[in-house]
Design a protein around this ligand. Structure first.
Ligand code: ADP
Length: 772
């Protein structure tokens, strides 16, 4: 029985080792001495503690017991410790560690380690490549920037290098043309000139395009007259359109601001390209350029330009080709019409720089319409034109033109002036209208007559009207597309009082009508109002010019060009000589090359400005083949007044010189004197102060030239021209209500008629005295 009790105790003791949380460190006394049980109990207790410690993550519980089982646990404990150590090594980056423990576990553990090693390897490789790429990118960026700078420099140099010989070619062709060539030679010269112009056009396009690509195209910001910029662009194509017998007209709505701030040259460039294309791709019909102001917000005007033609059109499948560089819709077009395929791509960029977009509609065989808009800052709003010239209100005007668009424009331009405008589509209708209105309130005062009409020409209609007693007093104004100088004389003989060139410009039309009415007199011999009369007379003044140019060919051309106008200029070959020349002599204009040996144009200008201080200002105009962006600014910053690009457009050159010599001659005395009469003029006409001042400033500018002409006529005994001039000036001075000038000019006209030259001289001196 006792044994059974011990066995029970033994089982209870072993059970407690397995189940209980707390167990005694030695077995109960009754069984401790059973053979070896004390030792077995101690071993089992130690193993129990090892497992409990393992459960808590402790791998270092000491095992003192001997034997196979404690030994196995000891080695298991050691394996676990090794595993922990290996994991630590792996986490520290040693992926060479391999585990040999727990069969399947070690396999997955090792494969995990291998994968980890591979991934990390891959990542670090990628990282290295990325770093390498970044370094390469930085290097490439630096190289591209350097290439861009040298591309810009290359372009500037190329432009300079190409323009210099082009100047030679174009200039000598111009001279050759003046050297009395035979008809055949003239034709060759014309071809060579047109080829050079095309070459220059291509060079300009390529330059512009490269500037756009290099992001170097910036817009200038300066104030300009909106109408003039648009009308100038249209005028450039009038001749070509006339040659092709296409009607080209522009219609600028009254809401378009008078003056805006922006880049006039770039605006003209886009218009030129679109109008040029319209003329190029149109064989019959008409081309219209309409401009409207869509909205005004925060002093910014959104202008909308529409260029519509009745030309060959573009097929739908070619639509997407447009506006991409070097793209023309098909190569046969290129062969037939020429062009670089850059125009539209450049225009698109320019329009974007003006804050707008360009779009088009086209139907093959019917025509195309290109539209674009531009946001420009308003400098001067569109005036309220209800009474620019008060007297125009209530005037009845008849427009006789077979082209409905031209009639529409005239109606629109004149309607706003308070005039009553009637339309006639042919001479027959015109005569009927005039006759039917004779005894009514709509009696026609002025007839605008188109030169070219089917059936009866404008001249024939004028002759008929002059033969009808109650129509002979109607003021006739001729509208003609042919900008021919001779036409004015014939028109005057036929009794036309004014002469306007199409496309009609609103301000020219208003001025022409106002002058025609203002000059009303019993004699009915008013001079024809035409721009050409003015241009021809400008040639008569001879400014003092200094040419500074190191290139011999360029010198020869410019000197010869001046010679054709009877002007002898002084010539020097570098900045230093120019400085010395200006020190000794007063010049009206110095034409200054920029790049020159010894002393360049910039330095020379700076020295001249330093010498002059505030007491004097000689007009210096840069004449250079540097036409890259910023070159104009560089010249202006150096103290120059203006800029002419090479190859020189000689018409432009003479015009610029004229404008400066004109400006130089406007003596403040002239203006000071006539300014006393502005108030009276405003009172009489109701014109705005701004416009009145502009008209008077314009007159002051012309006065010096007029006086010079009087002097020339007197010196040459040319009393006939003096009479015409006096008569014209009588009208002008009368219109402007400048009584002292008016009275003296009336006396002058009388004296000329009586051929009293001494008396003329006395009166001329009296006029001059007015200004002192
Ligand atoms: P290009 O110097 O060849 O005229 P553009 O870029 O100005 O270059 O025009 C690209 C092409 O678009 C032209 O070659 C022509 O095929 C087509 N195109 C442009 N304007 C017109 C138009 N008004 N009528 C018909 N086709 C036109």
């Amino acid at each position: 029985m006792d044994n059974l009790k011990e066995i029970n105790l033994l089982i209870k003791c072993l059970k407690s080792l397995i189940e209980d949380k707390e167990v005694p460190s030695v077995p109960p006394e009754e069984i401790v001495n059973i053979e070896d049980f004390g030792e077995i109990y101690a071993s089992l207790l130690e193993i129990r503690n090892v497992f409990i410690a393992l459960g808590k993550g402790e791998l270092t519980y000491p095992i003192k017991s001997k034997g196979y089982f404690p030994g196995a646990i000891k080695s298991w404990q050691a394996s676990l410790r090794h595993l922990v150590w290996q994991t630590k090594a792996i986490s520290a980056g040693d992926f060479s560690q391999r585990v040999a423990f727990l069969g399947e576990f070690s396999e997955s553990f090792n494969s995990m380690t291998e994968r980890l090693a591979m991934t990390i390897n891959e990542l670090s490789k990628q990282n290295k490549e990325k770093e390498k790429r970044e370094v390469e990118l930085i290097k490439a960026k630096e190289a591209a920037e350097a290439a861009n700078i040298s591309k810009g420099l290359f372009l500037a140099n190329m432009s300079h290098e190409i323009r210099t010989p082009m100047n030679g070619i174009m200039g000598f062709l111009e001279l050759l043309n003046m050297s009395n060539p035979s008809a055949e030679q003239k034709e060759y010269i014309r071809e060579a000139k047109s080829a050079s112009a095309v070459l220059l056009y291509v060079i300009n396009d390529i330059l512009d395009f490269s500037k756009i690509e290099a992001g170097r195209l910036a817009m200038e910001e300066s104030r300009f007259k909106t109408r003039t910029a648009i009308e100038d662009a249209v005028s450039l194509h009038v001749h070509k359109a006339f040659e092709k017998n296409i009607e080209l007209y522009s219609m600028i709505n009254a809401n378009v601001p008078e003056e805006v701030i922006g880049d006039a040259q770039r605006l003209r460039q886009v218009l030129n390209n679109l109008i040029g294309n319209a003329v190029k791709f149109t064989e019959k019909g008409e081309i219209s350029v309409t401009v409207d102001c869509l909205e005004e917000e925060d002093e910014i005007a959104l202008l909308n330009f529409v260029i519509k033609d009745t030309g060959i059109g573009i097929s739908q499948e070619n639509f997407q080709k447009l506006f991409h560089s070097f793209n023309q819709v098909d190569s046969s077009t290129t062969r037939k019409y020429g062009g670089t395929g850059l125009g539209l791509a450049i225009s698109k960029e320019l329009v974007a720089l003006m804050g707008g977009e360009i779009e088009f509609e086209s139907t093959l065989g019917e025509g195309s319409t290109f539209k674009f808009d531009a946001r420009l800052q308003i400098a001067k709003r569109a005036p309220d034109h209800s009474y620019v010239f008060k007297e125009l209100a209530g005037v009845n005007i008849l427009i006789v033109d077979d082209n409905p668009s031209n009639r529409k424009i005239a109606v629109s331009y004149l309607g706003g002036m308070g005039c009553k405008v009637f339309e006639a589509k042919d001479p027959g209708e015109a005569i009927t209208a005039i006759i039917s209105k004779v005894n009514t309130r709509d009696k026609i005062d002025i007839a605008l007559i188109d030169y070219q009409m089917p059936g009866m020409s404008g001249f024939e209609l004028a002759a008929s009207l002059k033969a009808i007693p109650f129509a002979k007093d109607i003021k006739l104004i001729l509208l003609t597309s042919a900008a021919q100088r001779g036409g004015a004389k014939e028109a005057e003989q036929l009794g036309f009082a004014g002469y306007l060139i199409k496309p009609i410009k609103r301000d020219d039309l208003h001025n022409c009508i106002a002058i025609v009415l203002g000059l009303k007199s019993e004699e009915n011999t008013e001079p024809i109002v035409t721009k050409y009369v003015v241009q021809e007379s400008l040639d008569k003044r001879k400014p003092k010019i200094l040419l500074v140019e190191d290139n011999e060919i360029n010198r020869k051309i410019v000197i010869a060009m001046f010679k054709t106008r009877g002007i002898a200029c002084d010539v020097v070959i570098n900045g230093l000589e120019a400085y010395q020349a200006v020190e000794k002599k007063d010049y009206d204009v110095v034409l200054m090359d920029c790049q020159m040996p010894v002393m360049d144009g910039y330095k020379c200008t700076a020295k001249i400005r330093e010498m002059e201080g505030s007491s004097k200002h000689t007009t210096i105009i840069a004449m250079t083949a540097n036409v890259m962006e910023g070159d104009r600014e560089k010249c202006i910053q150096a103290g120059m007044d203006d800029y002419i690009g090479k190859p020189i457009n000689f018409d432009d050159m003479f015009q610029i010189i004229e404008s400066y010599t004109e400006r130089g001659r406007v003596s403040s005395e002239h203006f000071n004197f006539i300014a006393n009469y502005i108030e009276g003029f405003i009172e009489r006409t109701g014109i705005s102060r701004d416009d009145a001042e502009e008209i008077f400033a314009d007159y002051a500018q012309k006065l010096s030239q007029i006086l010079q002409e009087v002097e020339n006529y007197l010196a040459n005994d040319d009393l006939e021209n003096l009479r015409i001039l006096a008569h014209k000036q009588k009208g002008t001075a009368g219109n402007l209500c400048i009584t002292p000038i008016y009275n003296l000019v009336v006396e002058l006209e009388e004296a000329v008629k009586k051929r009293e030259k001494e008396e003329c001289l006395r009166i001329y001196k009296e006029v001059q005295k007015l200004f002192h």
